[in-house]
Design a protein around this ligand. Structure first.
Ligand SMILES: Cc1cc2nc3c(=O)[nH]c(=O)nc-3n(C[C@H](O)[C@H](O)[C@H](O)COP(=O)(O)OP(=O)(O)OC[C@H]3O[C@@H](n4cnc5c(N)ncnc54)[C@H](O)[C@@H]3O)c2cc1C
Length: 291
């Protein structure tokens, strides 16, 4: 059986995550790197402003090179989606993955790329904290016996729905124009029409959907796409600044052994910056693990 317990776990196999992994592996640490896709770098057609490239390189090729480099050094590369990251009582970080169970480590790095902004739906920002939530683990209890919806249709939305199931009176999965990627249990209603706007007074009371449909609603849990670093950090009780994970000059968050690097910290969105922050985080994690 493959090991699930590591010295360091890294969420994201872009330039920030892989750069940290290189330092950790070369220091003899057992490292797991988890990534779900090719991230921002995979979408960059050509990178021509990074040191050491005689010709511009396709972003997607640079992702493959970085991943291969980590693999050669002994990192365990997992293609999977992280749904949640928990800091256990024994001081160990445990990541829940969509497909391969759980992975744990004494130190962890958030390197998930740019933190997702709230979707551009009328009323979402206005009702944040008054019905709109980004964290079922944190807020499900506040909505016990209430009518709620989860906005999203992927593995992360399923994870949020499961947190709400034991507490909410009624749950609707609002997939916002897409088909759900999983079969929700019978008690969960599915609505695929696009969400147009939220309404209410002091608190959220309902939503308007495409096609003139309305949905009574006291809580809306936003879970479109995958969990971003901001979502994972929020669940750990960490402060965010403009949606980015707050770190000090050593890439440390306020939790012992938890670091963040790259676009998710709100730094200048360039490969060189992500690589530098990843290297700094990797070195900090080595120091943390050795102490
Ligand atoms: C179109 C475009 C063009 C660009 N051009 C340039 C350029 O010319 N020069 C330059 O220097 N920079 C460029 N950039 C910016 C550069 O790509 C980013 O700054 C850099 O990739 C950031 O690295 P990162 O590791 O922080 O994040 P990313 O490269 O975005 O990597 C994030 C990683 O996190 C993973 N991830 C996210 N959420 C989860 C989850 N829940 N579970 C598991 N894995 C997760 C992703 O799969 C990915 O592996 C460009 C970006 C874009 C989009």
């Amino acid at each position: 059986m493959e090991p699930t317990d590591f010295d360091a776990l890294i969420v994201g196999h872009g330039p920030a995550g892989c750069s940290a992994a290189l330092y950790l592996c070369r220091a003899g640490m057992r490292v797991a790197v988890i990534g779900k896709d090719r991230g921002a770098l995979g979408r960059a057609e050509l990178i021509g402003n990074y040191y050491g490239l005689p010709q511009p390189v396709r972003g997607s090729d640079l992702v493959s090179i970085g991943r291969q480099q980590c693999k050669e050094l002994g990192a365990r590369m997992l293609k999977d989606e992280v749904l949640a990251l928990e800091w256990r009582e024994d001081g160990v970080y445990e990541a829940t993955l969509a497909e391969s169970g759980a992975v744990s480590a004494k130190a962890a790095l958030l390197a998930t790329g740019k933190t997702r902004r709230a979707p551009n739906i009328e009323g979402i920002r206005e009702f944040e904290g008054k019905g709109v939530s980004y964290c079922a683990v944190c807020d499900a209890f506040l909505y016990r016996g209430r009518e709620v919806a989860v906005l999203g249709g992927g593995a992360y939305a399923k994870h949020e729905m499961e947190e709400l199931l034991p507490l909410a009176k009624k749950i609707t999965l609002l997939t916002h124009g897409a088909e759900p990627e999983f079969d929700p249990p019978g008690e969960v209603a599915v609505q695929t029409a696009k969400l147009l706007r939220l309404h209410g007074g002091e608190l959220l009371t309902g939503a308007e959907l495409e096609g003139g449909l309305t949905q009574p609603l006291q809580g809306l849990f936003v879970a479109l796409g995958a969990a971003s670093a901001g979502d994972l950090a929020r669940k750990l009780g960490l402060p965010l600044k403009d949606g980015a994970v707050e770190v000090n000059a050593a890439q440390e968050t306020t939790l012992p052994g938890l670091f963040a690097a790259g676009d998710c910290t709100g730094s200048f969105a360039q490969v060189a910056f992500a690589v530098a922050e990843g290297a700094r985080a990797g070195m900090g994690m080595i120091q943390f693990l050795r102490n």
